[in-house]
Design a protein around this ligand. Sequence first.
Ligand SMILES: [Zn+2]
Length: 401
Amino acid sequence: MDQYITTLLTLDGWEVMGLEETATGWLVTVDAPHPAHCPHCGHPTLHRHGTLAPRQVPHGAVGLRPLMLTWVPRRWRCAACRQTVCPRPAGLRPWQRWTPAAQEAALILLREASFRHTARLLGVTDGRLRRLVDRVVPTADTTWWDQPGDLVLSLDEHSFRGPDLLITIALHAPDRRLLALLPDDRLHSLEAWFAAIPEAVRARIRAVTVDLKRAYARVVRRWCPNAQVLADPFHLIQDANRRLDEIRRLEQAESRTAIPRWPLVKGHEHLTPHQHAQLAEIQRRWPTLGQLYHLKEDLRALFRAQTPAEVRQAWERWVINAEACDHAEGMAWARTIRRWRREILGHWSQPQRWTNGLIEGYHTKIKQLKRLSYGFRNRDRYRRKMFLGFLPLTAIPQLLT
Ligand SMILES: [Zn+2]
């Protein structure tokens, strides 16, 4: 039985002397075994050489309550080389104030919980958890460099705090994962990230989806010579809805009549009967808004094209319609879509449709992780804490080695 408990508590060879329930959790008293041989010279005879002051360290949690380990450090002296040894339990190193098991538990909990919650569960301070995250959690993955075959990436941005944005980079293929959270949204940071990737790996990047930023497209072209840069359909539709909504608000102010937003920005196939009626009314009273609405729906339809020929035709028709629109916005919009021609049509020369949907999902998860915490002031720690949330469980022990 004792043996099972020592295994369970990763206390290999140590003896459990007592278990005490305290006000905050569990206190396990352990004792060191007699060393089988001297670690310095291998001699089998060691003699007791006194004890040191008792020690106590956090060692994880049992039943959602902190578990503390306590022991009286014993010193032994080798009969041959006269050097002393002082064994420590549970893989503890001399300078460590909590065991590797406690640190591993902390990282596993922190993947989905706040610093505060984890600290309470393990009986350690928030500060100790923060220092652990700062020390061992990376902000980028490099293991994908070794993945064979073609690589497909996605670039997007998310908000660290208000208008303060960070670039998020994800891998689409051959497998899907978060690759990096850059420190900011500056081109310099993006270039630095690409520059760190070996040239042979960059040469295997066959496609990169980007949001509607020309500068990102340029950086990708510079660093990934064989990559097709693709405009993310999600961002194109988001941009369409933003334009539509802006004109809606202008018309609304001018006519002093409330114009409902949802019938315009929602996908046509998802409208309720009531919203269909509202849309018909909008189209009757504000025909130019109706035209812009059609452009938005046609743009959505464009992405349903099956063949390159079909999409080229749809694209040309769309641009002609936009330029013929009675509202000046049509011309501006056509300019944007023209500028992104190569990146839109490029989707049809890929074996499958890559979108930023993957990264949008990651951003939803980041928002959830952020909500658990009471805000982050330290940008670097924020990146590490978020990145930790995306690491597989199997990667956690490696962080501590
Ligand atoms: Zn010795």
